[in-house]
Design a protein around this ligand. Structure first.
Ligand code: PSU
Ligand code: MN
Length: 320
């Protein structure tokens, strides 16, 4: 019987390159101290300049003020960074050439020395690889409207179905097909917890009107669920903590519905497709609501990052 020699390239253990974990983050992980992953697509492609940099900095400060270490994730010149310094964060906010990287783009960007901002899928992948367990973001990608024709479902969902990480979000944007997205999460086996809410949040709106099966009231309860997941050693998928924008900060529902319908129509007319769909619609919504959608967006992200930090703190306390 012929013995096929093992490919040494496959056997070789992982080397530190191409991932650079910031000193502060590495230290926190070594000591079991709380760390929160933050994505960079929201900074580079989801928020207008120059406010994006201020917000990126503010989000990191929010994490710190709650007693956790922030780790914004991005790919710069062929290296995946878990935790950015000031200059790197500035670059993410201002560099026009930064691409939008989903997890499928990671090896390609690293192998070719490229740079880009990471989406939820790429951030969750890299953060989990680095040993982080909690991630705060705005909204998840999901199933787009008209999916039967375009097959446009965010790669976020597939990646979250096989990555053990807790993601705090305000649901998914109403530019998506929200019921279909919830159904996909169920099919993929991704757990969803409503945070102090019995309904799935509507990102700009406090509620999408759709129920969630589980509701928790405190960060400690989320940490307990994460411990149970570890005790079972699975399922190896994400836990979604769906945290609504406060009622007083939500977008006026009437304005929301009107502008959304217009934006969807324009996007179809202009033939926007693929990765461009999400940033295009978000930008159009901001302009058509006179900035009001941006304020609701920010309120949602701020709330999520705060809760993510609280969960990370509880989690490190409970596993200590
Ligand atoms: N939702 C937001 N702002 C964003 C995104 C989602 O409120 O910037 C980004 C996230 O990075 C998310 C990505 O992972 O859009 C999904 O893009 P796509 O639909 O192309 O997978
Ligand atoms: Mn897409």
């Amino acid at each position: 019987m012929a013995v096929i020699p093992a490919n040494p390239a496959i056997r070789r253990p992982a080397v530190p390159w191409p991932m650079c974990v910031a000193e502060e983050v590495r230290e926190a992980l070594e000591h079991g101290a709380p760390v929160v992953a933050l994505e960079s697509t929201i900074i580079a492609h989801g928020l207008p300049r120059p406010r994006n940099l201020r917000i990126a900095t503010e989000l990191e400060e929010t994490v710190r003020s709650r007693g956790a270490v922030p780790a914004t994730v991005a790919v710069l010149d062929g290296t995946a960074h878990i935790g950015l310094d000031k200059a790197q964060l500035e670059r993410v906010a201002n560099d026009d050439s930064l691409r939008k990287l989903g997890h499928r783009d990671l090896a390609i960007a690293l192998g070719s020395g490229g740079s880009g901002a990471t989406t939820v899928s790429a951030t969750a992948f890299l953060a989990a690889r680095a040993g982080l367990r909690v991630f705060g973001t705005g909204g998840l990608g999901g199933v787009h409207r008209g999916w039967t024709a375009t097959q446009d479902e965010s790669a976020d969902l597939g990646l979250l179905a096989r990555t053990r990480i807790t993601v705090v979000c305000a649901g998914v944007k109403s530019i998506l097909d929200v019921p279909a997205t919830l159904q996909r999460l169920e099919t993929l086996g991704v757990g969803v917890l409503g945070f102090r809410t019995p309904t799935f949040p509507g990102f700009y709106l406090h509620s999408s009107g759709l129920p969630v099966d589980w509701t928790v009231q405190e960060a400690a309860e989320v940490a307990a669920v994460m411990r149970a997941q570890d005790a079972l050693d699975g399922p190896d998928c994400a836990l979604i903590v769906a945290n609504p924008v406060p009622m007083e900060a939500q977008l006026d529902p009437e304005l929301h519905d009107r502008v959304l319908a217009e934006a969807l129509e324009t996007a179809t007319k202009e033939g926007i497709s693929g990765q461009a769909v999400t940033p295009y619609l978000l930008d159009l919504l901001v302009r058509q609501t006179g900035g009001a959608s941006l304020e609701a967006n920010l309120a949602a992200v701020r709330g999520n990052v705060r809760i993510a930090a609280e969960i990370a703190v509880e989690w490190s306390r409970q596993v200590a």
